[in-house]
Design a protein. Structure first.
Length: 400
């Protein structure tokens, strides 16, 4: 009998072998690693190799919609957000991809006089740096977002230039552009060890082989502490599960609303791409860990908060949901810099929920740190060593 080749599946193609060496190895293909790879490749850096333990945007960057804003309390974060906002607006041209940017603004709901005073102070700093933010009345907030109960708040902070975009589209846009410029991306390739000799990097070991290199950039998100430990570089990053719910289509269709956040409870909601709403809350009962299963226990505090500030949302039932990992640092600010004890071990991690919105600016900064250029912003205060000895942390108040 003749062999039936039509029913025989083709053999699975093996992934290409790792290059024996690379000028720079970027660990992590989330939005931070992707932005760094693009900016390095665009600057003409040869042999940029991106290693990803899973698939691109499979970690913190995988959420359906990511907020972009410049409303922060720390001037460093304001400038990182502001610089990145300009890049998100220009993304279709450089690097060249549609990220679904929606400039609907950010609206922080403030239920206490002390919070309103703190946001007025922060808004003054933001305006000095060119951010068009201001504190508005409850009536004005209700006009922007009809879901909220104006009687439940004393004020709101509003910036019209903020909004949200699609993180996965951004990651793939950056990586494809980096590859067009000569970078290599290897997925399902877990880093298992990093060799150093006298404070100099020698090689990166992976499940697919070993790559010789003198430069490593750790952009491994929630897994960064383990990567840093391989090279003897302390990176105080803790994984913490965060969840969102998707309502699916709502009839009648929701109005176009800002990215709305209740500052006291951390409840937030905004439109999605399917004529529904995205609902979220940072559940204070969540314990650190790598679990990423979606569950619904956090909807109880969400509904309690919604009943107070946005009653129409309290009874909504989600059609689906998503769970991912925040990469938390002790002061809720990023770690950006170069290790003091290992030459050319750079890191950009620990963004504590605002990595997506800061990614374009961080890609520029890490590129400049490696090239020996002066970045547009001094990120010395964001060095991982700020938690050692007498160095000071930089608490950020506008964290959800």
């Amino acid at each position: 009998m003749a062999h039936d080749t039509a029913r025989t599946p083709p053999p699975a193609s093996a992934p290409p072998p790792l290059p024996p060496s690379a000028e720079i190895v970027v660990i992590g293909a989330g939005v931070i690693g992707a932005a760094i790879a693009f900016h390095l490749a665009e600057a003409g850096v040869r042999d940029v190799l991106v290693l990803e333990r899973d698939t691109p945007a499979s970690g913190s960057s995988g959420k359906p919609i990511g907020g972009v804003r410049a409303q922060f309390s720390d001037p460093l974060n304001i400038r990182l957000g502001q610089r990145s906002l300009r890049a998100w607006h220009d993304f279709a041209v450089r690097p060249g991809a549609d990220v679904g940017l929606e400039t609907v603004g950010y609206l922080f709901l403030l239920g206490r006089d002390e919070d309103a005073a703190a946001f007025r102070e922060a808004s003054a700093v933001q305006r000095e740096l060119g951010v068009r933010s201001r504190v508005i009345s409850p009536r004005e907030a209700h006009e922007l977002c009809p879901y909220i109960d104006p009687a439940a708040i004393v004020a709101a902070a509003w910036s019209p230039d903020d909004g949200y975009a699609l993180p996965r589209a951004a990651v793939l846009g950056y990586l494809r552009a980096a590859q067009r410029l000569g970078a290599t991306v290897r997925t399902r390739c877990t880093v298992t060890g990093i060799d150093t000799d006298g404070g100099t990097l020698q090689a990166v070991h992976t499940t697919a082989g070993t790559v010789r290199t003198r430069t490593v950039v750790c952009a491994a998100g929630a897994w960064s502490a383990a990567v840093g430990a391989m090279a003897g570089v302390p990176l105080p990053v803790t994984p913490l599960r965060r969840q969102i719910a998707l309502t699916g289509p709502i009839v009648p269709h929701p109005p176009r609303i800002p990215f709305t956040l209740d500052f006291a409870s951390t409840l937030y909601f905004h439109n999605d791409t399917a004529d529904g709403l995205v609902l979220g809350l940072s559940d204070t009962r969540q314990e650190p860990g790598f679990g990423r299963d979606f569950s619904e226990e956090w909807l109880e505090p969400f509904r309690e908060a919604a009943a107070r500030c946005a009653p129409a949302l309290a009874g909504l039932e989600p059609m689906s949901g998503w769970a991912g990992l925040y990469e938390m640092t002790p002061d809720r600010n990023a770690l950006i810099g170069e290790a003091a004890n290992v030459s050319r071990f750079l890191y950009a991690t620990g963004f504590s929920g605002h990595g997506f919105l800061q990614a374009p600016a961080v890609g520029e900064i890490v590129r400049d740190l490696w090239l020996g250029r002066e970045p547009f912003l001094d990120v010395g205060p964001l060095a991982a060593t700020r938690f050692e000895g007498t160095a000071s942390a930089r608490p950020e108040a506008h964290i959800i």
